[in-house]
Ligand binder design. Structure first.
Ligand code: PLP
Length: 463
């Protein structure tokens, strides 16, 4: 919609940057199913509920800010991904999006595998009982300790990211008397984000070994020579928040070309390819993500077609969705502290969290939605900027948001789709205490990651 169509008139027209403008929704109290988790609703009093529990009760019991995670939705999304890909493929949940012991247990119960990218994530996975053979270890600079621990535990695969690491993992495995299953991460010259993909020069990044120029082929050569390694496949991850499959198409084409070159040079067909994660979710109603079954069918078709063209048997496919599983399942609940109207500009609504619990707006200019959650309102829509309480003017939670004009201190605001890369990227900036994650299911709420306390902060500060 054009700016001039804004019902609030020209007052805001000069301050709204291109790309952040949306018209107020027809009904500010409605909860758009595209951005809220499955069990979110409003009760008869107009209070937002999740798993049948109202946010006023949740705020009283657990405080704000807090993340509320819809366990049924999380489990349903795991099943949707697993069923879409079927028994001939593997779904590895990307733990970097959000990981806790409860999450690991749910993944295990729902039949998903787990991708970890640090010693801490590996420790969480093992502690919560994920079988080691269902874990993949990632990272562009894994430490000797991390590799040793992974090999000792018997992880299903380590994704190799450099020439040094090929040798390092092989030596560690040999020393431990093991043969480690590995994949080689390649860069295919494609980087995809949201709706677009760019097919130039994206070898210039820290992850992976470029296909162009032959480094990836050389990595295969070196890995195949080492007794400590069992090379099972090639890995490619092309970006994040991707809504169409055209970038994957190019990636699959180039990865399959490498498999054909490996067959021609070494006489072996590598049995697996991993196409990474990066599938998009709806942060606002403008986003239009694909369903897992559409993605699975498209990826299977692309790989099957490319393999047929090269005369290769179709390898086992794996994917690593993080955001697409956990992102939509949680919202962050905040309490409004101040409302500051800047006449002729906009109204700033300050909440009790901010960039310490959601860095994505400041870091990537990410868009979010927001709703008045503790009540409904019939007041006119008002253009606001929802901001945090940190000492940083970039501390923005939702850049341009329409809220009822009577929004006031004490109201609760809920920001949906904060399950991924919010708690996992949370910080203690300004000595903020990182919020808890509360799992809600069927009328029951339980803390799965507790709120930090001042004692936690002071315990690390040894004076
Ligand atoms: C190798 C790899 N796999 C999977 C993911 C998960 O991406 P997303 O959460 O966007 O699905 C990432 C994200 O950075 C990644 O680097």
């Amino acid at each position: 919609m054009s700016r001039s169509a804004h019902p609030a008139g020209p007052r805001y027209a000069d301050v709204l940057p291109e790309g952040h403008y949306t018209a107020p929704p027809a009904d500010l109290n409605a909860l758009d199913a595209r951005v809220w988790s499955r069990t979110v609703d409003r009760d008869a009093e107009g209070v937002v509920t999740v798993g049948g529990i109202g946010v006023k009760q949740l705020a009283e019991e657990f405080g704000t800010p807090a993340y509320f995670l819809d366990e049924d939705d999380f489990r349903a999304r795991c099943r949707a991904w697993r069923d879409a890909f079927g028994p001939d493929a593997d779904v590895f949940y990307a733990g970097k999006a959000f990981l806790s012991r409860a999450i690991v247990r749910w993944l295990h119960e729902e039949g998903l595998n787990l991708d970890v990218c640090s010693g801490g994530e590996l420790a969480t996975a093992l502690d919560a009982g994920m079988p080691a053979e269902r874990i993949a270890l990632h990272g562009n600079n894994k430490s000797t300790e991390e590799i040793t621990r992974a090999v000792e535990a018997g992880v299903g695969r380590i994704v190799l990211d450099s020439f040094q690491e090929i040798v390092r993992v092989a030596h560690i495995a040999e020393r431990l008397g093991k043969r480690q299953r590995v994949q080689i991460r390649v860069t295919v010259g494609v980087e995809a984000h949201t709706h677009e993909f760019i097919a130039t020069a994206h070898e210039d990044q820290k992850f992976g070994l470029p296909l162009a120029g032959g480094q990836a082929a050389e990595a295969v050569r070196r890995a195949l020579k080492l007794d400590g390694l069992e090379l099972i496949g090639i890995h490619s991850h092309i970006g994040s928040q991707i809504f169409d499959t055209s970038g994957f198409e190019v990636a699959a084409h180039r990865v399959v070309q490498l498999l054909a070159e490996v067959r021609d040079e070494h006489g072996i067909e590598l049995p697996e390819i991993d196409l990474g994660g990066g599938l998009g979710i709806a942060y606002t109603p403008d986003d239009d993500p694909r369903e897992p079954r559409e993605i699975a069918a498209a990826l299977r078709d692309i790989v099957t077609r490319e393999c047929a063209a090269s005369g290769l048997a179709v390898p086992r496919i794996s994917v690593e969705p993080g955001r697409a599983i956990v992102g939509p399942t949680a919202f962050t609940l905040y309490e409004v502290g101040t409302v500051k109207e800047l006449p002729g500009l906009r109204t700033y609504v300050s909440v009790d969290g901010g960039m310490s619990d959601n860095i994505r707006t400041a870091l990537y200019d990410a868009d979010y939605s927001v709703a008045l959650a503790s009540r409904t309102s019939t007041a006119e829509p008002m253009l606001t900027r929802v901001v945090g309480k940190h000492c940083e003017s970039g501390d923005i939670v939702v850049r341009d948001a329409f809220l009822p004009a009577d929004v006031a201190p004490g109201d609760l605001l809920a920001v949906p789709a904060t399950g991924a890369y919010c708690r996992s990227m949370a910080s203690n900036y300004n000595h903020a205490l990182r919020p808890p994650v509360v799992a809600v299911t069927d009328g029951e709420a339980r803390v799965i990651v507790r709120r930090e306390t001042e004692e936690d902060l002071l315990r690390l500060d040894v004076g």
